[in-house]
Design a protein around this ligand. Structure first.
Ligand code: TYM
Length: 324
């Protein structure tokens, strides 16, 4: 199967990105043709600091590699290195109704958050995302719950294009995990964990053991002391149970049994230990890559030239179909 997915180089890459998405990529990489992108053009649709963008791009690349994604088997590259993404995005803009973009949940949320800085790029964000996906004739897009709507729109744009200009694009489909597709904020467990929120709301993949212990210890839990999964009534402990289950590969039922009769504090201590152990490779490897940035530059350059070949083939078909 042809797989495409990406992460924005903005804020801290967090546990939600890792558990819901990168872990899916790790499962998919051996048997599929996978492309993993660092989507920098998406990251500039809200206010950002140009001085640290390149550093953020390298950080995301380091995370992909440390997590275990193979740069030989997969194509790993930065979106802005392949100009065809913007060309296709422009063309797809011409067949995408504004109303479809205005009703996107992420647009509504982000435009409310950055009320003084709502640029046209934020509205058109899903069209660029559709271009990312369709350029590589992608069949499956592994994402978290919050991106499902955008992948569905990409499918609709592809369907509309094919109907108007002839069969050109594969219709893509989202792939979402049954458990953990939406990891929640540590302090407000009814909201999703997000890169743009305060540090105490999320675990970053480069957090130190002290930061992890502190954040988990002060994570919001619910009334009572029982370690029981019930997202409606006990969203805090249910989120922590989900995180534990994904890291330990134990089912939530098994964890409930294991922690019967124990209190939140004991559970949190165990979870913090598990997180520290699982995230250790990220902390160690980060400094290794920082010492030798040329490794990442080479991998991204190689990925971009492999991606570009596929993108150019698709663009030839698209231009022909559209009479350009
Ligand atoms: P981004 O960088 O915001 O998020 C990257 C991926 O992480 C998922 N995610 C979560 N999953 C579970 N729980 C959470 N709290 C959580 N927060 C984020 C997101 O669903 C996403 O899959 N628009 C995309 C980037 C993108 C893209 C693409 C993805 C651009 N082009 C093409 C797939 C295909 C995004 O928001 O990334």
């Amino acid at each position: 199967m042809k797989i495409f997915s990406g992460i924005q180089p903005s804020g801290e890459i967090h546990l939600g990105n890792y558990l819901a998405v990168i872990k899916q990529w790790l499962d998919l990489q051996s048997k599929n043709d996978c492309i993993f992108c660092i989507v920098d053009w998406h990251a500039i649709t809200v206010p950002y600091d140009p001085k640290i963008l390149q550093q953020k791009i390298k950080e995301v690349a380091a995370i992909y590699l440390t997590a275990g994604l193979s740069p030989k088997k997969n194509i790993i590259f930065t979106q802005s290195a392949v100009k065809e993404h913007t060309e296709l995005a422009w063309l797809l803009n011409t067949i995408t109704p504004i109303g479809d973009l205005q009703r996107m949940t992420q647009f509504k949320e982000k435009s409310a958050k950055h009320i003084k800085n709502v640029c046209a790029g934020l509205l058109n964000y899903p069209v660029l995302m559709a271009a990312d996906i369709l350029l590589y004739q992608t069949e499956v897009v592994p994402v978290g719950q919050d991106q499902k709507q955008h992948v569905e729109l990409a499918r609709e744009i592809a369907r509309r294009f094919n109907a108007r200009f002839g069969d050109t694009f594969t219709l893509p489909q989202a792939r979402i995990m049954k458990i953990g597709a939406k990891i929640m904020s540590l302090t407000e467990p009814t909201k999703k964990m997000s890169k743009s929120d305060k540090p105490e709301t999320c675990i970053g993949l480069f957090d130190t053991p002290e930061q992890i212990k502190k954040k988990i210890a002060s994570a919001t839990t619910d009334s009572g002391q029982e370690i029981k999964y019930n997202p409606n009534e006990k969203p805090g402990i249910s989120n922590l149970l989900t995180i534990h289950s994904l890291l330990s590969n134990k089912t939530i039922k098994d964890l409930e049994n294991e922690f019967t009769g124990q209190n939140y504090q004991t559970f949190k201590q165990k979870l913090a230990e598990l997180l520290i152990e699982n995230l250790e490779p990220f902390r160690n490897k980060k400094s290794e890559f920082e010492k030798n940035p040329a490794i990442i530059d080479k991998i991204l350059a190689n990925g971009a030239s492999r991606a570009e070949k596929i993108a150019q083939e698709t663009m030839e078909k698209v231009r022909l179909a559209m009479g350009l």
